[in-house]
Every structure is written in structure tokens, then in C-alpha cells.
Design a protein around this ligand. Sequence first.
Ligand code: SAM
Length: 275
Amino acid sequence: MAGTLYITATPIGNLGDVTLRALETLRSVGIIACEDTRVTRKLLARYDIRAELVSYHEHNARESGEVIVSRLLAGESAALVSDAGTPVVSDPGESLVALCRESGVPVCAIPGPCAAVSALALSGLPAGRFCFEGFLSMAKKSRREHLESLVSERRTMVFYEAPHKLLATLADFARVFGGERRAVICRELTKLHEETLCLTLDGALAHFTETPPRGEFTLVIDGAAPPPAVETRDALELARAAVAAGVSPRDAARQAAQSTGVSRREIYNQLTMNN
Ligand code: SAM
């Protein structure tokens, strides 16, 4: 019988942020697939865990993934960890999970820290619906396309960014979303210099122009404001006035729809509902 692949979340800074279940899992599996063995060894040393580490990162994902899956199929169990947080979320692991699914290898999540979720929770911005946008590409075309696709995004947006690219990204955000848009900048979450700044995009640009960005950043950006709603009631009033002046209900609905943008069918239905 195949072993299980455990997708195991690890701390995003503070080594205390590891769950009991993650520790039990890391202690019990045959192998731990990890991005940078030096980073994972630090965590294991802190909790006195000895395990075989197998390197799994974006540059060897294919070959290493095949080796890991063949060991899982042979009955060993494995944990997948990344350098920080939840594997697969802007981290390697997606193709390994897909390969396990194709091969019938059971996959189990051991949930825990994720910078995007902590930043969203800290932001105070609407969190009922949000979208995770990861890193913006540095390639001009895909960066522009990514940003353009978000111009009318109403949900709160969460981005990851490296410190040396932060200013350019804030400048692009201000250009595309407007400088007045609310932006919550979470820096070094769970670490000594943790900081959460609730600003506007222009304010964030001014702040980080003055104070050069250092550390790890997660950005939470408010969604676009809804377009000003033209009340159906207003459109209906226009149509009623037209009917009173002798225009047929059909034409009155069409004219009111044209001048307000409210659906013609909706106006017509309401206009004729009580007749
Ligand atoms: N898988 C990870 C997770 O679940 O959060 C994210 C990995 S991604 C390669 C690394 C990015 O996450 C960083 O560049 C930064 O944008 C964000 N990040 C990670 N740790 C952070 C922290 N302590 N504070 C703020 N952002 C952090």
C-alpha cells in the first residue's frame, strides 16, 4: 500500500509557530522533502527531530518529484515542507501533489502558518471575499496584463513582494488602482521587527521612499469601490413619466434603459407589473 504525502506548514519566522500535528508528522515520516535543507535543519534541530531530508525545489521539482513518488508508492510516507509557511502557496509542491493524485498516492494537509492569511487577518480590510495574487511578474508584458486584470477587482487583494521590488510595485499599484486606495503593508510577520502599516498607496510610497524596505513583505490592497449604482427606482420614475406623457410602456422602458443603464427588461417588468 502506498504511503501518504503530508503537506506540512512550517513557521513564517517565529519557530514557535509550529503545530503539534506538524511535529508529530515530521517525527513519524520516512522522508522530508524540503526546499533548502539548511532552513529545514534549523527547524528540526529546534525540536530534536531526525529524519532523512530530500531536496525538492523549483529547479529539480520534476526529477525529485518522481523519486519521492516512487518511494511513496513503495510504501514510505513523506512530508513536504517549504522554507516558510504553507507549501504550494507561492512555493514548490503543486506538481508533486498533482503527481501523487495521478498515481493514487494519498495526500494529507497539515495546516499552519501562511503569510497571506495572517496579513489578511491583520489588515482590517474586507475579508469575506479576497483573492490571493502571489508575486507580480518582473516581465513587463505579464506584469502589465496581471495588473490590468485587477483594475476592477472588488475583492481585497493579497500580494507577496521582495523588499528590493517593493517601491516599483507600490508605484505600479498607485498608477493602476489610484494613490488613494487603502493598502496594508505587513512586514516581518511573527519576527522581531514585525510591523503592520495601514496607509494609502501614495502614503506607502512616501513611507518606503524615506525608509528603505527591509525584510519580508505581504501587501493587502483594498478592492475597487463598486461603480455608482443608478437605482432602478430612478429609471422606473423616468419610464412612468414617459408613459404618463403618452409613450408606450415598451418604448418608455427602452428610453429609460438607454439613459440610465438599468436593464430594459427590468424596467418594463416593473412598469407593467401592477397593470
Ligand atoms: N508559502 C509561504 C506562505 O505560506 O506564506 C510563502 C512563500 S513565498 C516564496 C515567500 C513570500 O511570502 C515572501 O517574499 C513574502 O512576500 C511572504 N512572507 C513570508 N514570510 C513572511 C513574513 N514573515 N512576513 C511578511 N511576509 C512574509
